[in-house]
Design a protein around this ligand. Sequence first.
Ligand code: ABU
Length: 386
Amino acid sequence: MLSSLRRKATQTVLRATSTQNVNNSPVWAWNEWDPLEEVIVGRAENAICPPLTHEVKANTYEYWWDYYNDNAGKPFGGVEHIKKAIAEMDEVCKILELEGVTVRRPEIIDWSKDVKTPHFEAQGLYAAMPRDILMTIGDDIIEAPMAWRSRFFEYQAYRPMIKDYFRRGANWTTVPKPHMSDELYDQNYPIKNVEDRHRLAEQGKFVTTEYEPCFDAADFIRAGKDVFAQRSQVTNYMGLEWMRRHLAKKGIKLHLVSFKDPNPMHIDATFNIIGEGLVLSNPDRPCKQVDLFKKAGWDIVKPPLPTIPDSHPLYMSSKWLSMNVLMIRPDAVLVERDEIPIQKMFESLGIKCIKASIRYANSLGGGFHCWTTDVRRKGELKSYFD
Ligand code: ABU
């Protein structure tokens, strides 16, 4: 049964001029579900397996560590796997266009090139997950600083289109780039196995230190005047504080939320807001602040177990990519073709399923939400907690 909040036909729209897209900015989105008009879809091209550095080890499952050691610097998943992921994402673009959404893609870059900064040397990773690096808040497109060395230069794949948005009137924020020197990583982070991971997460200990701000944009999830974010292996408190102050200037409150999660990295397969007063909450990773949502009349929906087979490689994620969906409109969702149980769940909520299969793309670490970032959604800034 849906809550009174969702049944309410309308809510108070904050009528301040600044919350309406009066300048017709090409960048405009306040939440995760308003009707989608333009989206960036990532690319698998030239994806490179990163070496098993401290930060990669802390974010990946133990049974893949040998894979990383054996394949660092090589095509991630192998050349044939990448080709299949590319084909899947090209198909996703066509499906989105058929839904009336304008699709933009990042540049194709050779991520195997060695890069050197005053503080480290590395190769790149990919431009597959725009959600990790870009976040739209109103007319502001925000480039996240990131936390993995292999992702330091990832922003370059998006710069031509960001410059285009800027020229056409969008705001553009680049969060200070971290040094990513050794001080950003706990060199003695005592992770040897899965048990360590559980224990350390329970103690609130993560591989990134507080040396300088760092975060991935995918640790944030938007609901109008309230944005929720987690401390994770890639997002530190200093990064959260930087964003708290940035969002406060726009009248948006950043809430720190946490979960019973042994491997926090990106909130959108843990707590994925899919509508007004409606959130998918991973049953394996309960939210410790769930009362905040319940008190505001939100519906907390537990998605069914994912169906992805054990034999399918997921190098950087759990199977819960099944709930990592992209809302196309409040009543339509982009969902994995083979995940029948979650499709049934959406249909029971009155949400139409637009289906595509991205199993090979999943292997690189993301579902539909990770593989995209919304640039423009039709709608205004509202509060869903009043
Ligand atoms: N990058 C999303 C991964 C999320 C998860 O494994 O739960």
